[in-house]
Design a protein around this ligand. Structure first.
Ligand code: PGA
Length: 274
């Protein structure tokens, strides 16, 4: 299975013109290498870029929202619902990003409600989890305990998350240690792979997991991505780990050249056994 790349543009770029240019260049690389890419631009650029993608032949690019609210419609000033996003042609939603957890004080309870609403609307969730520096300083086991409690709270009472109705793909979790995001200091690939394996085992042990999800059936297993200072120079180290199914790329996805190199590694590199 191809490694999955998510381009999280965060609150960038400012103008639609820049967004069009970045998208076109990204799309060219994705098409050239036959990559599976989800582009997650700001809400304001989604419609234009989705329409642009429809005019292109390549079908390997999908769109993600960087967040979604937990109600379908109503008096919720400033919010955007999963149904609205689905109607627009968005397929994925990043939920629980650490920047939202920290800056906007999003709680596990809110994240849980958002996941349930996205699932009901048919949006595929990319759930972000990850520990702060002070936890990781206590060791990888402390980080695992932290991530486990995040997952338990975020996925509470979710019975049908896996697999999401009408999508053949399993649940996606992005492991993003907070101290590695935007700092230029990535995790050690072996540690992230170890964490990815831990998350996979945890999710597969969840009681709602259907029996057919056996570890040998990879296509039905959860997908675990790594995120945090992924660049063209270190992508190969993460993407060649068999337990890491892809990458969530922030800063480096804002340069099509840099992201193009990551796309090449995620496709050609893996195929050649990098
Ligand atoms: P970064 O961001 O690649 O800039 O570290 C990753 C993320 O926040 O998802």
């Amino acid at each position: 299975m191809k490694k999955l790349l998510i381009a999280n543009w965060k609150m960038n770029p400012v103008t639609l013109d820049e967004a069009r240019d970045l998208f076109d260049a990204t799309e060219k690389f994705a098409e050239k290498y036959g990559a599976r890419v989800v582009v997650a631009p700001p809400f304001t650029h989604l419609e234009e870029l989705i329409n642009r993608a429809l005019k292109k032949e390549y079908e390997g690019i999908h769109f993600g929202a960087q967040d979604a609210f937990w109600e379908d419609a109503g008096a919720f000033t400033g919010e955007i619902s999963p149904k609205m996003l689905r109607n627009l042609g968005v397929s994925y939603a990043i939920i629980g990003h650490s920047e939202r957890r920290m800056i906007l004080h999003e709680t596990d309870e809110m994240i849980n409600k958002k996941i349930i609403a996205c699932e009901a609307a048919g949006l595929k969730v990319i759930l972000c989890v990850g520990e702060p520096r002070e936890v990781r300083d206590k060791g990888l086991n402390a980080a695992k305990d932290y991530v486990k409690s995040q997952l338990e709270a975020d996925l509470k009472n979710i019975q049908t998350l896996y697999p999401i109705p009408q999508t053949p793909d399993p649940i996606i979790v992005a492991y993003e240690p907070i101290w590695a995001i935007g700092t230029g200091v990535p995790d050690k690939p072996q540690d992230s792979a170890n964490m990815a394996r831990f998350i996979k085992e945890l999710l597969m042990a969840k009681p709602h997991t259907p029996k057919r999800a056996s570890p040998s059936d990879f296509s039905l297993n959860p997908l675990i991505l790594y995120g945090g200072s992924v660049t063209a120079s270190n992508a190969e180290l993460f993407l060649s780990e068999k337990d890491i199914d892809g990458a969530l790329v922030g800063g480096a996805s804002l340069s099509a050249e840099e992201f193009g190199k990551i796309i090449k590694i995620a496709t050609e590199g893996i195929a050649n056994g990098v």
